[in-house]
Design a protein around this ligand. Sequence first.
Ligand code: FAD
Length: 501
Amino acid sequence: MQSPDPIRSIVIVGGGTAGWMAAAAFARNLGRHLSITLVESEDIGTVGVGEATIPPIKLFNAMLGLDEAEFMRETRATYKLGIRFHDWRHLGQDYFHPFGVYGLKPELGHFLQFWLRMQAQGHDIGPVSDYSLCTLAALQGRMGRQSDDGAMATFGSAYHFDAGLYARYLRRYSQQLGVIRVEGLIADVQQHPESGNVQSVRLKDGRGIAGDLFIDCSGFRGLLIEQTLGTGYDDWSHWLPCDRAMAMPCAHGGAQIQPYTSSTAREGGWQWHIPLQHRVGNGYVYSSRFVDDDTAEATLRANLEGEPLAEPNRLRFQTGRRKKFWNKNVVALGLASGFIEPLESTSIHLIQSGINKLLLHFPDRSFAPANIEAYNRRQHLDYERIRDFIILHYHATARDDSGLWRYTRTMEIPDSLAHKIEVFRERGAFAHAAEEMFTPTSWMAVMMGQGIIPQSHDPLVAYEDIATLRDGFARMKDHLKQLADTLPTQHAYLKQNGMLA
Ligand code: FAD
């Protein structure tokens, strides 16, 4: 058996959300053993968007040991209990994708099956959203804390935050743990003449920075993974045709800070509304095939709920992913690794899952191909499952009022998604993999919200006594409603817990 030849230095290229998340996580977990240097350029700046997250971000912050109240103050964060979708299935329709589960048990269990049985027997016990504590609280602007006992165990939350402030907060954290920050523009990259591994990057002012392992967090350009290594890109825009976004923050229109993201389907894409403590993030994600920039800007401006605070930030992107996230001694994270539009706020999560996997597959200086392949396969699966979930929103629609919706509702979808829909439609079952990021609760919320209703139920629940079930549902509904009604408003909750900046 050979002894590994340990990595002694990591160089992170880029100081956006991805770069500083990586720096913080490596400093926390590996900082005692190796040197970590991060290079960023103020001349280039960061993408400047990305404000909504999903629940696993809490695990990332906990892994770093961050104090939640301090983090909330520093990043002007609010809570997010889910996403409210307007006009996605058809104009005038609304549904909520909650982060907690339905019913009174922390796992989805038989809730859906019992609910379907009641429908099959002709009992109208109300929509599934009546049984989601997160939905009931969110729609009243309320917030609570998840606990191990009772219905609060069914609660789940993530954050809306200012991603620029988050990166700055993690920068301070990382530098305190010894990460070296270098300000400068990388002008070129040196590779090993035989292996092709990246050996060092050279700045415009002539300084060189060498390392064993390079983390490419340089944003869409993919300075190392693409411009240097020519890794290649899988284009998914035939499934997800949006390729532009316009972001424009505005002042809060009303007194309440809603604890959810809103997503409203528009003619050529969709518009986000993300309330932070100090402002509201807004943006229109659209397809240039179906709507032009001027129309998109007019739509965005017409639908702001408060005074605009800046001119629009215009962005272009191509949905897809690198053919390899890890190539030679370069691992791409964040926008350098690929991009799936922000409909379910998954980009920051994919940074987190890339970091976690890299810690599990941490290399030595031999960069064993099997280890790299294992990382790439796992990260590819994460991307594909998230991709399918986003396609679902576009495909399962009854809208035919514009070119975009006529295209997405009739386009061919990946087999993996078609199978999931078929299995759910048959009896409300889930064709799910164990490591999947979006749980059955999320799939159920979006499938039913988009009009995919199971045609039958699990035959095993047909043995249950209907009267007992009906009483159980009535008690559960009352209990959840009462609980939601007694929670504090999000503003009161933030104040009580010292989370307001
Ligand atoms: P960037 O922020 O682009 O950072 C790149 C870094 O590389 C910068 O520091 C830059 O200076 C540096 N750099 C580049 N070239 C050089 C060079 N030559 N020399 C030195 N330094 C260099 N994600 C979510 O999770 N939730 C959301 O709600 C969300 N909304 C989004 C909305 C839109 C419209 C878009 C486009 C993205 C959204 N994202 C969202 C994604 C999110 O913004 C990114 O995943 C996140 O900001 C990470 O970006 P990054 O760090 O990879 O890249």
